[in-house]
Design a protein around this ligand. Structure first.
Ligand code: SF4
Length: 400
């Protein structure tokens, strides 16, 4: 049995800035998906590439939003950029380059700036990866979810047989070395063996990062409606619990660090952008449905592409609520968090609450849920009912 090297959580740094760019289009809207996205099969008559017109409208609105939103941030140096969606891999590399140039005109780029583009297997050809690399993208993430057509069908995902078949070779030969995938478990009809076989085949390509999610029923999605009507089976929760408890050791045996509830990375290749959300660091977010955080205020852009394009700055600033938000963020981090650093964050964001917070963390340690001495670190037992722990700490932080 292998153990991971001890890697501590990075210190929170609010002097650097992260940028999130939301590209809304997908070839098809999956029925379980709660992200803001637009299926091109409906919006663009079944096209597999975004039309020139739609791209031009998107770029224009993005520039207008950036011209104003940038003024909300005092930070001058960007250390992470993330192109997500929707399917950001439907963005031609030329547009990725123009967006990066737009950011460079106003901000300094950290010399080690992590620039990620996330997308779907259909778009990640060796040529596309090579042209992304030329723009400065240094990390890709591929939403594979499953390598099995029957499971992808169950998930109502668009599936291109040829591109899926090629993705393993593409990942193996990727010229962008920092490359990861998303996989899903607990899909009706999927066995544990199916999931572990897919995982092993992907790990054998040399990927450096894996996000492993259990299928959930998101309120208001078509999948939610179908489950409630009894038309679609719900996720297999028993299997999900089983996999969740065995995954951490299995991934450690393959040399990965479990650094967030659903995320694993090779040492040195954890996603710094993901960590920024959990460390409660500021993010300049652009695009329809994107959520930004200045450090003291939040904004949530409208989940409607034409609406956002006609008024990209319509989302009002709202003050943040650290007493509710902090537990949602840092309790997801599985790396050891230094006690002094945690104290500094709590005292900065919710002054006067550190004693009560530390008493709660101590009580969890006494119950065998976590370790709390010079560091705070979860044990697997604590993660099994994480939502209850989040609510418990929120109550401590909001109490008078
Ligand atoms: S491809 Fe991804 S973002 Fe698009 S609809 Fe499916 S799950 Fe949602």
């Amino acid at each position: 049995m292998k153990s991971s090297p001890i890697i501590r959580a990075p210190h929170r740094n609010t002097d650097n800035l992260g940028v999130y760019v939301h590209f809304p289009y997908c070839i098809h809207k999956c029925s379980y998906c709660d992200f803001y996205s637009v299926g091109m099969d409906r919006a663009m008559d079944g096209g597999k590439t975004v039309t020139t017109r739609a791209l031009a409208d998107y770029m224009q609105a993005l520039q207008s939003e950036f011209a104003e939103r940038k003024k909300l941030f005092r930070q001058r140096r960007i250390n992470t950029i993330f192109f997500g969606g929707g399917t950001a891999s439907l963005l031609p590399a030329e547009n990725v380059f123009r967006i990066l140039e737009m950011l460079r005109t106003e901000f300094e780029m950290d010399s080690r700036c992590e620039i990620t583009l996330e997308g779907n297997p259909e778009n990640f050809s060796p040529d596309y990866i090579a042209s992304l690399k030329q723009t400065g993208v240094n990390r890709i993430h591929v939403g594979i979810q499953s390598l099995r057509p029957a499971i992808l069908k169950q998930l109502d995902r668009y599936y291109d047989e040829e591109r899926y078949a090629a993705i393993l070779e593409t990942l193996k030969g990727s010229t962008i070395v920092n490359r990861g995938v998303d996989l899903m478990y607990g899909v009706p009809g999927q066995t544990e063996e199916d999931f572990y076989q897919d995982l092993d085949r992907l790990l054998d390509t040399g990927i450096t990062h894996v996000s492993l999610y259990s299928l959930t029923v998101e309120h208001g999605t078509p999948y939610d409606v179908m489950v409630r009507k009894g038309v679609s089976p719900p996720p297999d929760e028993e299997m999900q619990e089983q996999i969740f408890s065995f995954l951490p050791q299995r991934m450690r045996d393959r040399g990965f660090v479990h650094y967030e509830v659903s995320n694993y990375g090779k040492p040195g290749q954890l996603s710094r952008h993901n960590l920024r959300y959990w460390l409660y660091e500021p993010t300049l977010a652009l695009g329809p449905g994107a959520h930004g955080f200045t450090g003291t205020s939040r904004y949530a852009n409208v989940r409607n592409t034409p609406g956002w394009q006609s008024a990209p700055l319509a989302a009002a600033l709202e003050s943040h609520e650290p007493a509710l938000e902090l537990p949602l963020c840092f309790l997801r981090i599985l790396l050891p968090l230094e006690r002094e650093e945690l104290q500094r964050i709590v005292e900065t964001e919710v002054p006067g609450k550190w004693d009560a917070v530390s008493r709660t963390l101590e009580s969890w340690a006494m119950r065998g849920l976590a370790r709390f001495d010079s560091v705070f670190e979860w044990k697997l037992e604590g993660l099994m009912r994480l939502n209850d722990r989040v609510v418990e700490l929120q109550e401590v932080l909001v109490s008078k």
